[in-house]
Design a protein around this ligand. Sequence first.
Ligand SMILES: Nc1ncnc2c1ncn2[C@@H]1O[C@H](COP(=O)(O)OP(=O)(O)OP(=O)(O)O)[C@@H](O)[C@H]1O
Length: 348
Amino acid sequence: MSQYPSSTRSNGTTESRTNAPAVRVETLQKIYRSDSGSVEAVHSVDLEIESGTAVGLLGPNGAGKTTTIKSLLGLIVPTNGRVAIHGKDVHDSPAETYNRVGAVLEGARNTYWRLTVRENLEFFSALAGQSSSEAKERQAALLEQFSLEDKAEQTVKNLSRGEKQKVSIACTLARDVDVIFLDEPTLGLDVESTLDLRRELRTMVNEQGTTLLVSSHDMDVIEHICDRVVIMNDGEIIADDTVENLFDVFDTQQYEITVDDPFPPAVRETVIDEYHATNFNQREEATRFTVKVIGDEFYDFVNTLQAADVSVDTVTAVEPDLEEIFLRVTDDQTTVDQESELEDGEDR
Ligand SMILES: Nc1ncnc2c1ncn2[C@@H]1O[C@H](COP(=O)(O)OP(=O)(O)OP(=O)(O)O)[C@@H](O)[C@H]1O
């Protein structure tokens, strides 16, 4: 639930309600051209994000994530396609879309480091044209929400990396935006600050109805914050689903296995090659390791051990993780691409 009804924003402006999604991208294409040639960074991307949801954007380096986010922010002009925020075209209505969108991009300084946390919040509230009483109320709420009350009078320069990151996000919210793009939000943060920020981001979505698009290489963060995951590769979306559905589709399961020694080296090689065994640990005449299997593969794995006279002591299912799915999706795509390239070659 938004802190402000969507028809009356905190700065007093009114807007017509639309049923349009918070973000709509239609057949987005971006080709960067230079003297040395051209690169198609994004090829025909379609994406819709409903208001009040958190979507993770994953992909290997060079997949086109940043280009997609910059197109949504109106920072680059697409070669083709259309991008709209709450039904307004980013290029036709830049002021209206700017007022609703915030971004905390990795490596970019979003706040004034010589000002205090409170002064930064005041500055960004003023940008949104909020009245002073509204702004004060909102600033107090943001300081509380991000547990920054004790730091309010400190200059941002002297804060820890995690606190600076929270101030950046709070300042974005001080502008009363309702769609936020976050690029690597937890990069360089320690475990506690990461957990803290993860919780706060989720609260923003649940309690204020903020729409989040989070790009990160940290799958754990995506898995814990996001309702849905979009995976890009080579400028295209290759998977778009809830985390749960992605797990179901790929049916990947990890097991921690303990076998009694001796564990012959040849069998160890087989489980590494065929069942992605890792995390080997030898202790008290037993060897423990983890395998990753899909569906019925687990039975083949157990048969392999039995056929080699290796006795299994314990089997514990390990929670699957998004990283596994991500690797599998991007691997599958690479294989498909390689196969179609081969077929194209054969046709010629
Ligand atoms: N300004 C530019 N000029 C030319 N090529 C570019 C430009 N920006 C990006 N590219 C190219 O476009 C492709 C997609 O880049 P993009 O930065 O969108 O990927 P990304 O998924 O964000 O990668 P990363 O995870 O490494 O940040 C890459 O091949 C990149 O080299």
